[in-house]
Design a protein. Structure first.
Length: 158
């Protein structure tokens, strides 16, 4: 991305903050958001969800919480969670996951291409549910995924 393009994007974003009552659902059609934009929100939401859950178990060992949290929100674990909840998703949710999975982005060394694409689909779904304000479904997906991932980590530890 060219620097002047970057500067224009920043100026546009900062200009939006000056407007009163800016809401993404008011100014941007949900269906028009890119899967990566949904994944950006979904990643942040699921990370915060995991951190809050981990605080229920431990409050003083932040380094340990950070390490475990990073494992839980990893592409590998999100992939495993999505594979186990896939059959429970609605047609609309499967479409969001498919769009996220098919989005091209740089794959980190910590995950296979397959795992990373699925984790992007998972994060897109979480972001979509968050922006859509479907709190009941969002809570269910995150809770179920968190439980699946904890079980998977416990099995790996054995």
């Amino acid at each position: 991305m060219r620097f002047d393009h970057f500067q224009n994007i920043i100026a546009n974003i900062l200009g939006k903050f000056e407007e009163e009552n800016f809401q993404i659902t008011d100014d941007v059609l949900l269906k028009d958001l890119s899967p990566l934009a949904l994944a950006y929100i979904g990643d942040a939401y699921f990370s915060l969800y995991v951190r809050q859950k981990l605080l229920a178990y431990e409050q003083n060992k932040v380094r340990v919480l950070h390490s475990l949290g990073a494992k839980i929100v990893s592409a590998k674990m999100q992939f495993k969670a999505l594979k186990l909840i896939e059959d429970e998703l609605t047609e609309e949710e499967n479409e969001i996951v498919r769009r996220g999975r098919n989005t091209k982005s740089t794959v980190p060394k910590s995950a296979s291409i397959h795992e990373y694409r699925y984790s992007t689909g998972f994060e897109s779904l979480v972001g979509y549910l968050y922006i859509k304000k479907n709190e009941e479904r969002l809570s269910y997906i995150c809770k179920k995924s968190f439980e699946i991932i904890l079980k998977e980590l416990a099995e790996e530890k054995k």
